[in-house]
Ligand binder design. Sequence first.
Ligand SMILES: NC(=O)c1ccc[n+]([C@@H]2O[C@H](COP(=O)([O-])OP(=O)(O)OC[C@H]3O[C@@H](n4cnc5c(N)ncnc54)[C@H](OP(=O)(O)O)[C@@H]3O)[C@@H](O)[C@H]2O)c1
Length: 237
Amino acid sequence: MPQTVLITGTGRPIGLGFNMVRRYLEHGDRVLATVRRPSEALDALRAQYPERLDILTMDLASTESVNAAAAQAAALVPCIDLVINNATTASPDCMKELPDFNPDYIAPAVDVGAVGPLRVIKAFLSLLRRSEGTALIVNISSEAGSIGRCYRTFYLDYGVEKAALNMITKTLHNYFKDDPKINILCLHPGWIRTSEGSEAPLDPYEHAETLRLLFASRQNDKEGPIFITHTGEAYPW
Ligand SMILES: NC(=O)c1ccc[n+]([C@@H]2O[C@H](COP(=O)([O-])OP(=O)(O)OC[C@H]3O[C@@H](n4cnc5c(N)ncnc54)[C@H](OP(=O)(O)O)[C@@H]3O)[C@@H](O)[C@H]2O)c1
């Protein structure tokens, strides 16, 4: 049965979000794709799928903007079955170590990458609860958010933001534990070629299908691991 899927951070054709949008559309699903600024590539996709793709403007750093997008979504669709919190950010100091890193970059990164998904979940919860089955929330995290496996001396903003996103995921998993309508997990998606010149092994379009199938397999599974890799295995917190 076709699903209604909300995906954030979908404007970049080379990015994971855009390619997840493509895969769900190709699979016959209805997609609400969010961007913070217009994307020609996404507009072209909408021209191809005018009945099943809607583009919403949403700045994850703004509760008002997220709430406005949720109100817009409620006028477009009766329910949402899957939320993929894909959007993220990193500061210009992401690769710098302590002496050169500006600590003031951490709070804005956490605001977008961790508080942003929480804003989305809160604003879209009533639409998720209207799903006929169990609605799934996927927070796209990273191995960089694992405290147990932390080995880097940089990523002070990105690592903290993803660790915070993991904590939000676990806390909400506790909150929704006995709620048959809502499931939530977070994912280290693997190393994907989402930037020019990247040497990552995973192609974003091919990998988007791997993730689509993984999410389908976990839609109703609330007992499996909560922080997982793209092969579905548990990753250490
Ligand atoms: N690529 C990898 O190897 C890898 C590895 C581990 C984890 N991940 C995770 O996988 C996800 C996708 O990765 P990616 O490489 O495709 O990401 P990306 O290319 O950096 O895309 C991130 C998206 O988030 C959007 N965004 C940034 N700030 C925003 C805001 N304030 N409000 C709304 N949207 C905002 C960006 O919009 P603009 O286009 O407007 O800037 C962009 O479309 C991310 O969560 C990332 O952390 C990726």
